[in-house]
Design a protein around this ligand. Structure first.
Ligand code: B12
Length: 216
């Protein structure tokens, strides 16, 4: 459990757009050997989600959302840099192509998923954000990937995850290249509805589900 005082400090750093303060909170957690994923899940992610809520209610505005996102990016970069890389055996568990779907520029959560997949010993090709379906397919072919992961944060871009399933079917790759979907509005139900092989609620679960998929 993360201390209530630290949760409060993280809240203040995000709401105060205080990049240096936020990074210091992560560094202090590293020094104390706190669980950094707990720090994200219990302190920083609820705070950025609260900012998202305030934005949707018209209580905060886009420039503020952007500034808070910048703080969040620094936080996740600091966490990523502090986590160990690669599997203990030094062998790759499999190859994953990942990105945020076309029309969507949200990439903070996706980048966190990339980090955790790396920590769990996957070879990860991160295409970035606003990625067309055809590019996921092309990269999966080029790298002989086991899995494609897509992130969608907007209800309007979620259909791109369905488009990928259809494109894989058309290319005769459905089942050969497994798919994993995620992003705040995405659910297990959506994954089942579009025929994706897995859904991951958060970065930790993404890594666990990816391991399950490659061992099937
Ligand atoms: C930060 C933010 C932004 C930043 C993004 C910066 C960046 N580089 O990412 C900026 C300011 C640019 C932005 C822009 C916009 N945003 Co915005 N944004 C957010 C906010 C507040 C937080 C998102 C975030 O980073 N969360 C923290 C991370 C860690 O969580 P996460 O992304 O969910 O990821 C976790 C899991 O979902 C999962 N996961 C994620 N990806 C994947 C992938 C796989 C394969 C797996 C398995 C798991 C997985 O693991 C992650 C780690 O735990 C959300 C609020 C929310 N509730 O999501 C709104 C939100 C998503 N945005 C919203 C909107 C409307 C917009 C804009 C349209 C605003 C505008 N008017 O311009 C634009 C869209 C631009 C575009 N075309 O994409 C709405 C969407 C509403 C909807 N119904 O679709 C939200 C929900 C806010 C709200 N409540 O209204 N946004």
């Amino acid at each position: 459990m993360i201390d209530a005082r630290i949760i409060q400090e993280a809240h203040e750093a995000l709401f105060g757009f205080d990049q240096a303060g936020a990074v210091k909170i992560v560094q202090q957690a590293v020094a104390r050997q706190d669980n950094l994923l707990d720090l994200l899940n219990q302190a920083f992610i609820p705070a950025i989600n609260e900012i998202g809520e305030k934005f949707s209610m018209g209580e905060m505005f886009l420039p503020e959302l952007i500034q808070a996102a910048e703080v969040m990016k620094k936080v996740t970069a600091e966490v990523s840099a502090s986590l160990p890389k690669g599997s203990a055996a030094g062998q790759s568990h499999g190859t994953i192509v990942i990105g945020t779907v076309q029309g969507d520029i949200h990439d903070i959560g996706k980048t966190l998923v990339v980090t955790l997949l790396g920590v769990h010993g996957f070879t990860v090709h991160d295409l970035g954000r606003d990625i067309p379906t055809a590019s996921f397919l092309a990269k999966a072919r080029e790298t002989n990937a086991n899995l494609i992961g897509t992130s969608a944060l907007l209800t309007t871009t979620m259909p791109k995850q369905k488009e990928l399933e259809e494109a894989l079917k058309e290319a005769g790759l459905k089942g050969k290249v497994k798919t994993m979907v995620g992003g705040a509005p995405v659910t297990q139900r959506w994954a089942e509805r579009i025929g994706a092989d897995a859904f991951g609620e958060n970065a930790h679960e993404a890594a666990r589900k990816a391991l399950e998929l490659v061992s099937k």
